[in-house]
Design a binder for this molecule. Structure first.
Ligand code: GDP
Ligand code: MN
Length: 379
């Protein structure tokens, strides 16, 4: 789950990371009032869950409250990368001397959190990473020991941070590590972390991603969820407790068990097909869940065939088959369906589906081949 800039910065601030004074507004009038309260120049910032707002015209410096209102009107009427702007953050403007990139994220390959920093922060950080990767410094954090102050100092030295800012930088790094740990984040990013003209370090922007699997123990974070960014199918899937990820292929997949789902996708690819989604209906797979899964898969217009791969262990195949039939009644799919049922009550399950015009398969390879073929014919 992604958090908005204003939400991330509020959390940062609780952990001692300096942020600009400011508040969020839903109307241009409110934005003007906040600008009046703050006095002086302000920056009006679109709150949408995508990066690159600055380049898209979603971040603007206003010299007075009247201009703040005018920019807020503009920005609140914008769509950025397909997302409507519903709120703006009105922050006291900072006079910037240098923009630093600083983040903590998860390095899956190393199985450790990693600190990433660059003296060339700001809106072109992706270009810096692509063209001059030597300007990006990375340092792993031992998850058991946590971030050590000497490591934060090492990073500061590696990005040539002026000595004057060393102490503040170490405090911010330790604070961000605390944020990362306490919220079960997968990303806590400050870009830019600026050195102001009066030599202060301030987190001007903030971005956080929280591990969805840890949200159960952070109800206060879960409440911050903004579903604007999510594909409607993913919202629907969450409602039914289905693990669903939309992909770009044309073979819909409905599988019980995450490992089996991954394997099914691999085997589809092996036979030259492309999966349209990852979907784990989970154990049990009662009829209403199967029906919801089918609806979700079939709302994707790219789907030209659906592969059901069900292993009946705890889940009984006849129960799943009944679920499929109920769902077929309701959804009336127009694309071919390939089913492989194995395990508890597979025979009963297969019999139930025999009359339903479904293509049955004995092995996973067979099922994958048949669905690749069916998808090709459907094009
Ligand atoms: P992003 O484009 O979505 O990452 O949005 P940011 O919040 O990072 O803002 C983009 C850029 O706008 C920053 O890199 C700064 O150069 C500039 N900017 C943001 N806030 C201020 C500010 O208070 N003062 C000045 N001078 N520039 C700012
Ligand atoms: Mn930024």
């Amino acid at each position: 789950m992604k958090l908005h800039e204003y939400q991330s910065k509020t959390i940062f601030s609780k952990y001692g990371i300096p942020i600009p004074k400011g508040r969020v507004a839903a109307t241009a009038h409110e934005a003007r009032q906040i600008a009046e309260e703050l006095g002086g120049r302000v920056v009006i910032k679109s709150q949408v869950l995508v990066g690159g707002r600055g380049k898209a015209g979603g971040v603007k410096l206003a010299k007075d409250p009247a201009e703040a209102e005018q920019f807020a009107t503009q920005i609140l009427g914008m769509e950025i990368k397909g997302l409507p702007v519903r709120k703006v953050l009105v922050d006291e403007a900072s006079a910037i001397e240098q923009e630093i990139y600083f983040a903590i994220t998860n390095d899956r390959a190393a199985k450790k959190p990693v600190m990433i920093a660059s003296a060339a922060g700001g809106i072109d950080i992706e270009e810096v990473a692509a063209k001059t990767p030597e300007k990006i410094v990375k340092l792993h954090i031992d998850p058991l020991l946590g971030l050590r102050e000497y490591q934060a100092r090492d990073v500061a030295v590696a990005i040539d941070l002026p000595r004057e800012q060393m102490k503040d930088f170490v405090k911010i790094a330790m604070g961000l590590w605390e944020v990362y740990k306490a919220t079960d984040a997968t990303l806590a990013e400050i870009n830019p972390l600026v050195i102001t003209k009066d030599k202060k370090l301030v987190a001007l922007d903030g971005k956080m991603m929280i591990d969805d699997s840890a949200l159960f123990r952070h109800p206060e974070l879960n409440e911050m969820r903004d579903t604007d960014e999510d594909a409607p199918a993913e919202i629907e899937a969450r409602k039914y407790g289905l693990s669903f990820i939309k992909l770009d292929g044309d073979i819909g997949c409905m599988v019980n068990g995450a490992g089996l789902a991954m394997t099914s996708m691999d085997v589809i690819k092996l036979f030259g097909g492309e999966p349209a989604n990852f979907l784990d209906v989970g154990g049990g797979a009662p009829a209403d869940k199967v029906a919801a899964a089918m609806r979700i898969i079939l709302t994707d217009p790219n789907v030209k065939a659906v592969l059901f791969n069900i292993f009946g262990g705890i889940t009984r195949c006849d129960e799943v088959a009944r679920g499929i039939l109920t769902a077929m009644d309701e959804v009336k799919p127009k694309v071919p369906m390939v089913v492989r049922l194995v395990g508890t009550n597979a025979e009963e399950g297969r019999k139930l589906l025999e009359n339903a015009n479904m293509i049955t398969a004995e092995t996973l390879a067979d099922a994958a081949k048949k669905s690749v073929e069916a998808a090709r014919q459907g094009k």
